[in-house]
Design a protein around this ligand. Structure first.
Ligand SMILES: Cc1cc2nc3c(=O)[nH]c(=O)nc-3n(C[C@H](O)[C@H](O)[C@H](O)COP(=O)(O)OP(=O)(O)OC[C@H]3O[C@@H](n4cnc5c(N)ncnc54)[C@H](O)[C@@H]3O)c2cc1C
Length: 494
């Protein structure tokens, strides 16, 4: 008997990780990808002698990658590298840069002048974050839900002591533990990874500080993040997985409560027994399945994560005052967070993140040069549809960064590429340019998030940022495990 065939639409990490799990179990997998190469947001840009990571530059929960490769009985095909310090924070008006260490003794030294008794406070804060992480990991994050009732029943088994956290914001939780504005700001930066601000993110997500500062820290990959994709591809090839690149699915066909095919831009229909959609799970349901719950009007009313505005700079010279991972913040944190994501004009004093991969991986820039990846979170295209004024923001950031690190970046640029939310939307079909997909408010997680199994069509599944459990590299790897479990149950290999 022929092995069951699976078409995966999209070669993002969610699609690739699912392809790995399924192909190693014996499913016959084909991946169809719009772009000329695999990776989705986890991509690479090679230009003018420089190599840039296009999207993700580090991740937490590295053990999820370890689990992925253990599950297929292969050694991990890239080298994990733990970040130390985790990152640095540069706050306007401060003449020092904060180095953020996982080692609490070292971190306490860093904060000793600004937060009395930091270490005791931090240990208490992190203990609360640790408890909620471990009390929810298997009850909320790492399992499939078939109904809202089942989800709520699982939530009800989470110890009651965490209940008040549902009614506080991320920032309010920090205020209960720390006095210094700087410590609160720094510990709240992780909320932006969820694509929101600490002022509208539920306090339960303080658990991310536990994952960052105690549990597993932050990691990247030796030689650049794209090594993840380059490590996965030969394994898929070994298992006979077919890739069809430069091919966008623009329509689907249905019959007898099944998806019967996906049709590309040339009108060619691709068929399989099972389909896994790695494109945005909410957008796909609206755009191709015409589901009333996912019309543009309904999607616009959901909470979406912030959009990325990214700049890739190749710079002549070595920039002294900058490290591998750096945040550059202004001195009006709350006002900025409150207004920036609702404003349709470019921010005047932008907050941004800079990754200088050449600091640890000299191969990604010509000798004597640096490569800079700059990420400025901005409103998505529901709020600011037009980015004709992108140059203004680029100039503002380059000017500010040059001043803050004491290096003439502007006059030493050898390579420059800019992706506004318009490009991000076009490249990977990200809904209105939202960088991380659907947000993670309590009404958009678990059974309230678009499911990884279609509501109507039996052989249709989803994986990736906007389905369960959510966004971020290790989380979509968990998502690939969850969707594989469903497929194994419903379409087992005989
Ligand atoms: C700028 C930026 C920085 C980030 N930084 C980090 C970070 O540091 N750490 C971290 O953990 N996470 C980070 N993230 C989030 C992380 O990149 C995502 O959560 C993750 O990569 C999502 O993977 P995915 O498989 O869900 O989707 P994607 O990577 O978007 O893959 C989906 C694929 O489907 C393809 N596709 C879509 N529609 C179609 C179609 N109709 N036909 C064919 N193909 C289609 C797309 O081209 C794409 O290749 C970042 C994201 C961005 C944008």
């Amino acid at each position: 008997m022929e092995n069951k065939s699976v078409i995966i639409v999209g070669a993002g990490l969610g699609g690739l990780a699912t392809a790995l799990r399924l192909s190693y179990q014996g499913y016959k997998v084909t991946v169809i990808e719009k772009q000329p190469k695999a990776g989705g947001r986890l991509n690479i840009l090679e230009k003018d002698g420089f190599t840039f990571d296009v999207g993700p530059s580090f991740f937490s929960m590295s053990y999820e990658f370890v689990e992925l490769f253990e599950s297929i009985n292969e050694p991990i095909p890239f080298e994990l590298n733990e970040l130390n310090p985790l990152y640095t924070v540069n706050i306007a008006g401060h003449d020092r840069v904060f180095q953020i260490y996982k080692d609490l003794d070292k971190l306490a030294l860093e904060f000793k002048d600004i937060e009395a008794d930091f270490e005791t406070k931090a240990r208490k804060y992190l203990l609360g974050a640790k408890e909620i992480f471990h009390d929810t990991e298997y009850k909320v994050v790492k399992r499939n839900f078939d109904s809202i009732l089942q989800f709520l029943m699982s939530m009800a088994t989470v110890p009651m002591k965490h209940l008040p956290k549902l009614f506080r914001t991320f920032w309010e939780e920090l205020e209960r533990h720390f006095d210094s504005e700087e410590v609160k700001i720094i510990f709240s930066l992780v909320a932006f990874f969820l694509g929101a601000t600490p002022f509208n993110t539920p306090s339960v997500y303080n658990l991310l500080n536990y994952t960052e500062l105690q549990h597993d820290g932050y990691w990247n990959v030796k030689g650049g993040m794209y090594k993840i994709v380059e490590g996965i591809l030969p394994l898929l090839e070994k298992k006979g997985v077919q890739f069809i690149y430069n091919t966008e699915i623009v329509r689907v066909t249905e019959s007898n409560q099944n998806l019967s095919g996906v049709v590309d831009q040339q009108g060619i229909e691709h068929k399989a027994d099972i389909y896994v959609i790695n494109a945005d799970a909410a957008w796909f349901r609206g755009k191709f399945l015409n589901r009333p719950k996912f019309t543009e009007e309904k999607l616009d009313k959901l909470e979406w994560t912030l959009a990325p505005f990214t700049i890739y700079l190749g710079v002549k010279g070595q920039i002294p005052g900058i490290h591998h991972h750096n945040y550059f913040l202004g001195n009006n944190f709350k006002d900025y967070a409150d207004t920036i994501f609702r404003s349709s004009v470019v921010p005047e004093k932008p907050y941004y993140y800079v990754n200088v991969a050449s600091k640890s991986n000299p191969n990604c820039a010509p000798e004597g040069c640096e490569n800079l990846f700059i990420l400025c979170p901005v409103p998505d295209r529901r709020i600011k549809p037009n980015w004709d004024d992108a140059d203004q923001l680029v100039d503002e950031i380059i000017e500010d960064l040059g001043n803050r690190v004491g290096f003439d970046i502007k006059n030493n640029i050898l390579s420059k590429t800019v992706y506004t939310p318009v490009e991000w939307e076009q490249m990977f079909n990200l809904y209105k340019g939202s960088g991380l997909g659907l947000a993670h408010g309590l009404n958009q997680i678990g059974a309230f998030r678009p499911k990884n199994k279609d509501e109507k069509l039996n052989n249709l599944y989803y994986v990736g940022a906007s389905t369960v459990p959510g966004t971020g590299l290790p989380i979509v790897v968990i998502g690939s495990k969850l969707v594989t479990e469903r497929i194994n149950n419903e379409y087992p290999i005989i």
